[in-house]
Design a protein around this ligand. Sequence first.
Ligand SMILES: C[S@@+](CC[C@H](N)C(=O)[O-])C[C@H]1O[C@@H](n2cnc3c(N)ncnc32)[C@H](O)[C@@H]1O
Length: 281
Amino acid sequence: MRKYLVLNIIFCFVLLPLSAARAQVHWQFDVPFVPTPYVVIEEMLRLADVTPRDFVMDLGSGDGRVLITAAQKFGARGIGVDLDGDLVAESIESAKAAGVTDRVQFLQQDLFKTDLDQATVITMYLLPGVMARLQPRLLELKPGTRLVSHDFRLGDWKPDVSTQIRKNTFLWIVPARVGGRWQLKMTLPGGERQMSLELRQKFQEVEGFGQFSDRPSQIWESRLSGDRLSFVIVDDRDRDNEAALYLEGQVKGDVIEGRLRRGVGEAQTIHAWRAERVKAP
Ligand SMILES: C[S@@+](CC[C@H](N)C(=O)[O-])C[C@H]1O[C@@H](n2cnc3c(N)ncnc32)[C@H](O)[C@@H]1O
């Protein structure tokens, strides 16, 4: 942790300003222009699992290389925004040379004033303070939107995945909002069962407890990835026949619907479940 902090400080306050000066670029905006190496761009786009169905937005797009690579190598469409008009003009020329003007667009505008709603993937190489300011807006995006960053984290939001190939790359998947009290119904052998469940959420981390068959019950192994929630509860109504219930579901606003597996191996049975949020967090 300490090593990571020292490396970040060196990068922010020594390397980044030095490379900006070497590139003879004025640091007049929130972040200087320092291009991401191509091998790191490819890792960011691989990590975000970019496909031709994606709309990628590069916030602070510099010379356009991230978006042009996303279009050329992954078939994606997208928009890059940068406040530096010269870099925007250079990006447009590079997009023409790469033959991807039908898929990418570069705009001279402030990333803080840019509508991000159409993005399925957002790429960033920004400074920690800018990332921390962006964090609340990014959390509001559609669940499942993938966010990838070169070198810097999104404040206290832990990445879902991080890799290191020359540089650090981080992936976050915008989580659905699942906090609050839920009333859950499931059809198990022996009839319908109900559970009242209280979920607490911090970013993609979820913990919960409730009442299942009038007994206090806890949830285990919870995972939230975009709008996909999974967790395990123990069906202990019959002490001689306890079984784990593996629930998986899709969150759609105030409803979660999915399937559950009861037990394991040959004894496993599959059932439907549904939950409705009855109280906001
Ligand atoms: C470190 S460079 C990253 C360039 C490119 N995304 C890459 O990874 O190669 C950051 C870029 O953000 C731009 N920038 C800084 N503040 C901005 C703002 N508020 N809105 C839009 N662009 C900004 C800078 O002009 C610079 O080109």
